[in-house]
Write a protein that binds this ligand. Structure first.
Ligand SMILES: NC(=O)c1ccc[n+]([C@@H]2O[C@H](COP(=O)([O-])OP(=O)(O)OC[C@H]3O[C@@H](n4cnc5c(N)ncnc54)[C@H](OP(=O)(O)O)[C@@H]3O)[C@@H](O)[C@H]2O)c1
Length: 148
């Protein structure tokens, strides 16, 4: 699978690359994206160096998925352009979280609501994700859909 990581030179992007590698996510080609000043820099992934490209070139490379972690402004500007090109965007910024037309997903809880037509998928803030994963079993235990 061709995977773009937008913000690949940043703190979060670097961690994403580590986790993709650790979990053996089936990446056949990595497309690291950062700002224009970083184009041509190398990032290390799966024992090789990959050249950082611009968002425009990343779209041309047609990845299946683009994981965004480059700030809300970058997501607002670029996620729709990736989506228009048929690329599924998973956005780690706050850009789309409150948009009623986008699904807010924590995979352990509600990945089942996704369909192939969801091209921009939002996820919550990191502390929220951890909290709702822990709280979810409690809502199931009550059977009422409400917390104990
Ligand atoms: N969901 C969560 O819980 C959570 C938690 C923390 C952060 N975040 C999100 O992650 C973002 C990044 O955080 P960070 O700490 O990793 O920041 P960071 O270290 O400053 O990294 C920002 C990254 O975005 C890239 N970037 C900036 N402008 C860009 C543009 N116009 N086009 C393409 N790439 C661009 C930067 O490239 P250069 O290296 O070239 O500047 C860098 O790779 C935050 O702004 C926030 O949206 C989410």
């Amino acid at each position: 699978m061709k995977v773009a990581v937008v913000g690949a030179t940043g703190l979060v992007g670097t961690k994403m690359l580590e986790v993709l590698e650790e979990r053996n996510f089936p990446v056949t080609e990595l497309i690291p994206v950062a700002s224009e000043k970083s184009v041509g820099k190398k990032v290390r992934f799966k024992n090789r160096d990959w050249s950082v490209v611009s968002a425009t070139d990343a779209i041309k490379a047609k990845p299946a998925i683009a994981i965004f972690s480059a700030g809300g402004g970058t997501s607002l500007e670029w996620a729709p352009k990736f989506a228009e090109a048929g690329i599924t965007v998973i956005d780690n910024s706050s850009a789309w979280r409150m948009d009623p037309a986008k699904k807010l997903i924590v995979p352990e809880l509600n990945a089942d609501v996704l369909t192939k037509s969801d091209k921009i998928i939002a996820n919550p803030n990191c502390s929220t994700i951890q909290m709702v994963v822990a709280l979810n079993p409690l809502t199931k235990n009550t059977g009422s859909g409400e917390l104990l």
